[in-house]
Design a protein around this ligand. Structure first.
Ligand code: MG
Length: 455
């Protein structure tokens, strides 16, 4: 499972002669060498990365997955463990019973919850990001039983790279998750990416780095997991369009006039998904879909013309991929984040887990409706930013994070969230090819502007 990884360039190669890059567990190394002899080069410690030449990749993959890896325990570092994705992730790991093991847990400030998780999962290390939260155990590398405690997210870079971790789950909220996502990609590990903001801000750089390090980035966002699954049905060159579904949020069908009086309490009531407050507000403005359009653009290397959105209130179809021949492949399951989380952890295996199942004994209606760009102008921004790239994603994301914060504090009205983002986006100094430090500077600038913005 964890181990079954081939690079996209290898997948594109056909039969013998293609290069296979594959993660395997140390204990399988000898078996791999025995099987494939001199054609294997080990280039990593702990979890081993093998480069194989002159081996049929399909044969290697089958050997790797079916013969030797299915029962291996795989190390998972979970960043953002006390949030909605984090707790669901631990539920998946708990219910997969020993198939995965937790090597590290990191949370921003939910001290009690983190303590309970550490006591249950016994990771090698635990990090509380916010130094203001007093935690007697959280000194630098303070040992408590088998767990080393750390304070401050600066140590994450080093911890992510430790060899016992094969998979990094990036479930931190907002652009603050970018340094950790970068470290995970840079270390060439399997990256279960739930932090969409890191792709929105620096998708171009992240995916380029993943190509260089061999990191396998698997989306956890339900729509992107669906697309990732639907993409198994054909070749990339055969994809005509990717259609992201949107529930439409609590204000689907409302006019802008009706939305004028929306309060945080109203916006926090999502009809189908139970999520954290930031993403729930983003769903209400449909800025979440804008972020997801940009996320998909980088994750799957799509053009503006290959991206579309349709509204699907039942949240059963999580997204669709249309192929050149006109076939549309959909991924359908009840709204339950544990499925995309589990798939990111066990890909390419599909195994029985805790996820709710589709009830085929009752009648179900699936509606697929065109989106209302007038009522939800955030959607248009998503397409524009996906097309322009460069610094646009960082500005849109930073401005939106501050706008949502101001709205939740009662300092900004609902419709002004998107207006603020649009104003700052169009007033910024566009750079088509920023570096990471330049993106960080643009992020700070946009936040400052967003705090000052008045309607
Ligand atoms: Mg989503």
């Amino acid at each position: 499972m964890m181990c079954g990884k081939t690079c996209l360039d290898s997948m594109a190669g056909s039969g013998r002669g293609a290069r296979v890059t594959c993660w395997i567990l140390p204990e399988i190394r000898a078996l791999a060498i025995e099987q494939w002899g001199q054609r294997i080069r080990v280039s990593h410690e702990g979890w081993l990365r093998l480069h194989c030449w002159g081996v049929s990749w399909s044969k290697f993959l089958v050997w790797n997955q079916e013969e030797h890896c299915l029962n291996s325990a795989c190390g998972v570092a979970l960043l953002g463990s006390t949030g909605s994705i984090g707790t669901n992730c631990l539920d998946v790991i708990r219910q997969l019973g020993g198939r995965l093991r937790v090597t590290g847990l990191a949370a921003w400030q939910s001290r009690e919850r983190l303590l309970a998780q550490v006591s249950e999962f016994q990771p090698g290390w635990a990090v509380l990001g916010n130094r203001q939260v007093v935690l007697p155990e959280a000194g630098l590398g303070v040992q408590s039983g088998s767990v080393s405690w750390y304070a401050g997210f600066e140590v994450l870079d080093e911890l992510i790279r430790r060899p016992e971790t094969g998979t990094v789950v990036c479930a931190m909220v907002g652009a603050a998750g970018l340094p950790a996502a970068w470290a995970a990609v840079d270390s060439g590990k399997r990256v279960a990416l739930a932090n969409k903001e890191s792709l929105v801000v620096a998708g171009s750089l992240l995916m380029q780095r993943a190509g260089e390090t061999g990191a396998l980035v698997i989306p956890v966002d339900s729509e992107h997991s669906a697309i990732f699954q639907c993409l198994q049905s054909g070749r990339r060159s055969e994809v005509r369009r990717v259609v992201l579904t949107a529930s439409g949020g609590p204000f689907r069908g409302w006019s802008r006039e009706q939305m004028r009086a929306v309060t945080p309490e109203m916006a926090l009531r999502h009809p189908t998904w139970s999520m954290g407050p930031k993403i729930t507000i983003d769903s209400a403005t449909m800025m979440n879909k804008a972020l997801e359009i940009i996320e998909a653009r980088w994750l799957f290397g799509l053009t503006r013309e290959q991206l579309a959105v349709c509204v699907h209130p039942q949240s059963l179809v999580h997204s669709l991929v249309e192929y050149e021949d006109g076939s549309v492949i959909a991924q359908i399951s009840p709204p339950d984040m544990r499925l995309p989380i589990q798939y990111a952890l066990t890909y390419p295996d599909r195994i029985s887990g805790p996820t709710k199942r589709t009830d085929w004994s009752t009648a179900q209606t699936l509606q697929l409706l065109p989106p209302d760009f007038e009522a939800f102008p955030a959607l248009r921004l998503g397409f524009e930013v996906a097309e322009k790239g460069g610094t646009c994603g960082a500005v849109l994301n930073a401005a939106n994070e501050v706008a949502v914060e101001r709205f939740l504090q009662g300092k900004l009205d609902f419709l002004s969230i998107t207006q603020l983002v649009e104003d700052i986006l169009f007033s910024h100094n566009y750079d088509p090819g920023p570096t990471l430090p330049q993106l960080a500077a643009v992020d700070s600038w946009a936040r400052e502007e967003a705090r000052r913005w008045k309607s």
